[in-house]
Design a binder for this molecule. Structure first.
Ligand code: FES
Length: 105
């Protein structure tokens, strides 16, 4: 039998306004939920470079800049946009259901 993906409920879509990022702890994960013009994206909250929390960073379009050493990632793919980050960021597929932001793991 095929394994079913687990759905994790993160927050209401209203809780992350356009152009903003919010930290959410759910399912044993600490995540950053982003809203870019009504489209939602989810990544790990912890910067891959160090102790920076990306939800404390600066969101510019699809790029999140860590406020610790100013490294940056593309939140759509997790790709590094600016050093000193060397390791891509983990991203999750956001699924909107009934006004809630969820992810499948
Ligand atoms: S901890 Fe994020 S750039 Fe260093």
């Amino acid at each position: 039998m095929a394994e079913t993906a687990a759905r994790i409920d993160l927050c209401s879509t209203d809780e992350v306004t356009s152009g903003n990022v919010r930290k959410v702890e759910a399912g044993g994960l600490t995540l950053a939920v982003y809203n870019v013009d009504g489209e939602y994206f989810v990544t790990d909250d912890l910067c891959t470079h160090g102790p920076g929390s990306l939800s404390d960073g600066y969101l510019d379009g699809h790029v999140i800049e860590c406020d610790f050493h100013n490294g940056a990632f593309d939140i759509r793919t997790g790709e590094i946009v600016s050093p000193p980050c060397m390791v891509p960021l983990k991203t999750y597929k956001a699924v909107i259901e009934g006004g809630r932001v969820t992810i499948e793991t």
